[in-house]
Design a protein around this ligand. Structure first.
Ligand SMILES: Cc1cc2nc3c(=O)[nH]c(=O)nc-3n(C[C@H](O)[C@H](O)[C@H](O)COP(=O)(O)OP(=O)(O)OC[C@H]3O[C@@H](n4cnc5c(N)ncnc54)[C@H](O)[C@@H]3O)c2cc1C
Length: 303
């Protein structure tokens, strides 16, 4: 937990973590250890598990549409889960759910919210006053525009340019927040409504939300956002979520890692090129029938 979290949130989390009740529900030991622990992300953000439902055996139970444990041995369950993942039989994975409390910069939230198959409740900046907390990248994360990918970053910025950027980011954030505070102040004036005053705040200010999603859609989110092509600032959230999911549903996560995260998709043209290569033919970009971009991505995976 970052040290500058508001004490109120820290107390609430500690209180929730201390409370224990006996249950007849399925519990995942790995997830129990994660519950109510705020995992720091970026400079002021965090992810914590508020609640969850189901475990690996809940996936198998649904797949077999049976009652009770629904399985006889762990290796059976593991094999079934791998089969489901391999064949895109996805609904059994929807039987598991997780509810997260996430604190994240607004520009990261804009990417995250595009994942529509989740339930979200966000901090209200109409009702409450936002904290003076802005994401300022570390020096090593401050990068120049990529020259090969319009939607990405390249070399790390250095020297006077890096310093100038950091100074501007800090100054702009501070100045905007000073004006925000001055506008809502009721000291000797009426004070602008919070819902209006917030409009001058930059996209690196932090927001918070509760985000509830089922495991199938969480895997979809992680597949896209833990990927090397995702922006670093959302990828670090996805990476900690991968660790949490691995502890929650080890068999399902292992299948996901194998078939989705670590796996690769092949087009029909790609299959054809691989077959020709295996038959000893030298295939070039021109003779592959692929576009420049397709060929670059194909060679990136298959060499
Ligand atoms: C690297 C990267 C770059 C991106 N760049 C851009 C960009 O430049 N501009 C931009 O606008 N977005 C961009 N996105 C966002 C992207 O287009 C998706 O909106 C986002 O990844 C959410 O994916 P999704 O719709 O599959 O997820 P979800 O909304 O969670 O949906 C999951 C699945 O449910 C189904 N579904 C959900 N809602 C509907 C619906 N209303 N109708 C039909 N099917 C539905 C679809 O099958 C969908 O795949 C980018 C994403 C990534 C990962």
């Amino acid at each position: 937990m970052p040290t500058d979290q508001s004490p109120r949130i820290e107390d609430e989390i500690a209180e929730a973590r201390a409370a224990q009740v006996p249950t007849r529900r399925a519990v995942s030991p790995g997830m129990e250890a994660r519950l109510y622990t705020a995992h720091p992300v970026l400079d002021h953000g965090f992810v914590r598990v508020v609640d969850y439902m189901g475990d690996d055996s809940a996936i198998c139970q649904a797949a077999r549409v049976s009652y009770g444990k629904g399985t006889k041995s762990v290796s059976n369950d593991t094999g079934l889960i791998r089969y489901l993942m391999r064949h895109w039989h996805s609904t059994p994975f929807e039987m598991c759910e997780v509810k997260l409390h996430v604190k994240l910069p607004v520009f990261v939230a804009r990417q995250w919210i595009r994942h529509r198959t989740a339930n979200v409740n966000e901090y209200s900046a109409r009702y409450s006053i936002l904290d003076r907390e802005f994401y300022i990248p570390r020096g090593e994360d401050l990068a120049a525009q990529s020259v090969v990918n319009n939607q990405g970053r390249g070399e790390t910025l250095t020297g006077a340019e890096a310093q100038r950027v950091l100074d501007w980011l800090r100054e702009d954030s501070d100045r905007a927040y000073d004006h925000y505070e001055a506008m809502i102040s009721q000291d000797g004036q009426q004070g602008l409504a919070r819902e209006l005053a917030r409009m001058n705040l930059p996209a690196n200010i932090y927001t918070q939300w509760y985000w509830k999603v089922d495991l199938h859609n969480l895997f979809h989110f992680l597949r896209l956002r833990a990927d090397a092509h995702a922006q670093y600032e959302i990828r670090v959230y996805a990476e900690i979520l991968c660790e949490i999911v691995r502890d929650w549903v080890p068999a399902a996560y292992s299948a996901f890692e194998d078939y989705r995260l670590g796996g690769a998709q092949l087009s029909a043209k790609g299959v054809e090129v691989l077959k020709r290569r295996l038959a000893g033919e030298e295939v070039s970009e021109e003779s592959s029938g692929m576009s420049k971009g397709e060929w670059r991505e194909f060679v990136g995976v298959w060499g």
